[in-house]
Write a new protein. Structure first.
Length: 290
């Protein structure tokens, strides 16, 4: 079995046209036909039904099932190629969400530098949702991830080591600043300044909206937490942030919510289950989950 035959097969399942697949790979149409014939002969079945009169093909049920397995195989091979190429560089591709990078990670850097791991990190900064997909596709070796519920991914080795509540932040001049207790439903007429849609905060915020049966207005979104805090400090709106991102130096009023069943900001370290960690990666993993 040739890997190229599997690539031709998947493209044919998608396009259902031999000529289009041949053009896609810049080969002759007989090359595609012979590849498919090899696969069908090997398994003693037919993956496609050919209509030579109308020049159409249909994928059989067996072909559809086989395609599911082939997609996994090709994806794993692509990840393996990335891992092999990257292993030559002796670097650790590490994902770091902005909030975790700003408010949690800095305290770890002295220990990482002492163990000569800091200079091995090739850091990618993005929202947790994007980093999760990059980790699954093999573009990252390891990542800190935030989530609004415990992270459950069969393909990943996950170690959760911290949880933080979400809070409301506002200017000291806001009318609600003197209130010690707040329910989320109290905020239905408020204007929110929120993190961008690839942040965990969006899922948690939507959950609170559903539970409180309200749809407050979001007037601005940004991936820069400092901008959010500055706008809130100017009393342009309020925000909904994890307590991890709130510090005494912000000079803002923060309030916990009294609602039951609130989401939490779960902080986890994740790597792919099937990756055999190098000694440097094992050392980094152990340090980060202490």
């Amino acid at each position: 079995m040739k890997i190229k035959d599997l690539e031709y097969f998947i493209e044919l399942v998608k396009n259902k046209n031999f000529s289009a697949v041949a053009d896609h790979f810049n080969v002759s149409q007989p090359t595609i036909t012979m590849a498919i014939n090899r696969l069908e002969d090997e398994y003693g079945t037919r993956f496609f039904i050919r209509d030579h009169v109308h020049h159409q093909i249909k994928v059989t049920r067996v072909g559809e099932q086989y395609a599911q397995h082939v997609k996994v195989i090709l994806n794993e091979l692509a990840i393996a190629r990335q891992e092999i190429e990257h292993a030559k560089l002796n670097k650790i591709r590490f994902g770091l969400p902005p909030i975790i990078g700003s408010y949690y990670f800095p305290s770890l850097t002295p220990a990482l530098m002492k163990e000569h791991l800091f200079d091995k990190l090739e850091v990618t900064e993005a929202g947790s949702e994007n980093l999760l997909q990059m980790l699954l596709s093999g573009e990252l070796d390891m990542a800190f991830l935030g989530s609004a519920s415990p992270l459950q991914q069969p393909q990943l080795l996950v170690k959760e080591f911290a949880k933080y509540p979400f809070q409301i932040i506002m200017s000291s001049h806001h009318p609600y600043a003197k209130r010690q207790e707040l329910r989320f439903s109290d905020l239905k007429s408020q204007s929110f300044i929120m993190p961008d849609t690839d942040f965990v905060h969006v899922k948690a915020f939507r959950q609170m909206c559903r539970q409180a049966h309200i749809r407050p207005k979001v007037i601005y979104r940004t991936n820069d937490i400092h901008i959010i805090k500055n706008m809130v400090a100017e009393n342009l709106g309020i925000s909904f942030l994890t307590r991890l991102a709130i510090t005494p130096n912000d000079q803002l009023v923060s309030r916990s919510l009294t609602d039951p069943n609130q989401p939490l900001f779960h902080l986890s370290l994740a790597a792919r289950q099937n990756e055999i960690l190098s000694p440097a990666k094992q050392k980094l993993w152990k340090m980060l989950i202490k």
